[in-house]
Design a protein around this ligand. Structure first.
Ligand SMILES: NC(=O)c1ccc[n+]([C@@H]2O[C@H](COP(=O)([O-])OP(=O)(O)OC[C@H]3O[C@@H](n4cnc5c(N)ncnc54)[C@H](OP(=O)(O)O)[C@@H]3O)[C@@H](O)[C@H]2O)c1
Length: 336
């Protein structure tokens, strides 16, 4: 049976993404599962993989992007326990999920409750696990505390807002004017970063207990300045650098490490979903399962602005790089 996937034959602009047809389905080896993909996120991180600038990524073209997916178990290989055809599963794939079918190691799959929609479920894998772990495992915020969330109208930003609200946090969110309604609708105080100096605003507001920053460069420093005594900066991305606005990833790493050890009464720890999963694979599974429970109970409603097809992957990447997405895009796959 043939199936479709999106591939890139070289790193580059969204134009390198093309849909190809594979003649035969891949066969699962021992310990593997073939998954019929139902939904994959299209995220800013995928655009970095596509450009060949994703820090630490060693794969070379041809490859399919796609950092996470939710799908149906289609066939199990030998020695696979606990999964059977028809069961819904999720995985953080890092690459490869822009495809109708893919092989995964059974060890890395997380069961998805049958009652939740695949598009909602996939939203939780990269973006919400990142937000959840930054809040609970890195910053360890407490109810009633205050936080600063940059890019509050984006995929991870909206996840931080929703999860922060469940924790009863006071949340300040930077975003352009176009995302004000979304940010305020999620219960945060909107700061239009193009018009207002967020450091001055944080000073007026009494500063925050934690700041979550993927903008990089000077923004990290400004977020650090926005912290109360005992506060923590959680840097987790290099947006400006990825968008060609300068800055240096190694220099940012060094600065953050230095701020963390200097006697300034504040902390700074980089977060990486991949590094934490490698160090502690059980945490990833536990945290994703906890998020699926919240989704099942109706406590989460991921902000999905658009559902697009695999064939629209190029357009999805263009919209993401134009910052034209409120919340997130989900690619729906194998939908008849
Ligand atoms: N470390 C990890 O494990 C991890 C995990 C997941 C994601 N990430 C990283 O997290 C970042 C965000 O990912 P995402 O999927 O949420 O991206 P996204 O959905 O594309 O959201 C990013 C948004 O940030 C806003 N923005 C741009 N410049 C800004 C500025 N100077 N101040 C405040 N907001 C600004 C833009 O919207 P407006 O300008 O319209 O407000 C943009 O849409 C990426 O760098 C990604 O690689 C890291």
């Amino acid at each position: 049976m043939s199936y479709k996937k999106v591939i890139l034959n070289k790193f580059g602009s969204p134009d390198v993404l093309q849909v190809v047809e594979e003649k035969t389905l891949p066969e699962p080896a021992a310990g593997e599962v073939r998954v019929k993909v139902l939904a994959a996120s299209a995220t800013f991180t995928d655009t970095m993989v596509r450009k060949g600038i994703y820090f630490g990524f060693k794969e070379t073209p041809p490859l399919s992007p796609g950092y996470d997916m939710v799908g149906m178990v289609d066939k199990v290989g030998a020695n696979v326990d606990g999964f059977e055809p028809g069961q819904m599963v999720a995985d953080l794939t890092v690459w490869g999920a822009y495809s109708e079918y893919m092989l995964r190691s059974a060890d890395s799959l997380v069961p998805v409750p049958a009652t939740v929609a695949p598009a909602d479920a996939v939203s939780l894998v990269l973006s919400y696990v990142s937000a959840y772990q930054m809040l609970h495992r890195v910053a360890k915020v407490k109810p009633g505390q205050s936080i600063l969330v940059h890019g509050a109208g984006g995929a991870v930003g909206t996840a931080l807002l929703e999860l922060g609200k469940l924790l009863d946090l006071k949340i300040f969110g930077t975003a352009s004017a176009s995302k004000r309604e979304l940010v305020e609708g999620l219960g945060a105080v909107h700061i239009d970063y193009a018009k207002e100096d967020f450091v001055a605003r944080m000073q007026d507001e009494g500063k925050v207990n934690a700041a979550f920053d993927f903008i990089s460069g000077e923004n990290y420093k400004r977020s650090f300045q926005s912290l109360k005594k005992g506060g923590i900066l959680v840097p987790y991305g290099f947006y400006n650098n990825a968008m060609g606005k300068g800055g240096s990833v190694p220099v940012d790493y060094m600065k953050v490490a230095l701020w963390n050890i200097l006697p300034n009464g504040r902390k700074a720890f980089f977060y990486s979903i991949g590094d934490l999963r490698k160090k502690n694979p059980d945490w990833f599974k536990e945290d994703l399962a906890a998020l699926f429970d919240l989704l099942k109970e109706g406590k989460l409603k991921p902000a999905i602005e658009r559902r697009m097809k695999l064939e629209d992957a190029r357009e999805a990447h263009e919209l993401i790089e134009q910052a034209a997405v409120k919340g997130r895009i989900v690619l729906t796959v194998n939908e008849k």
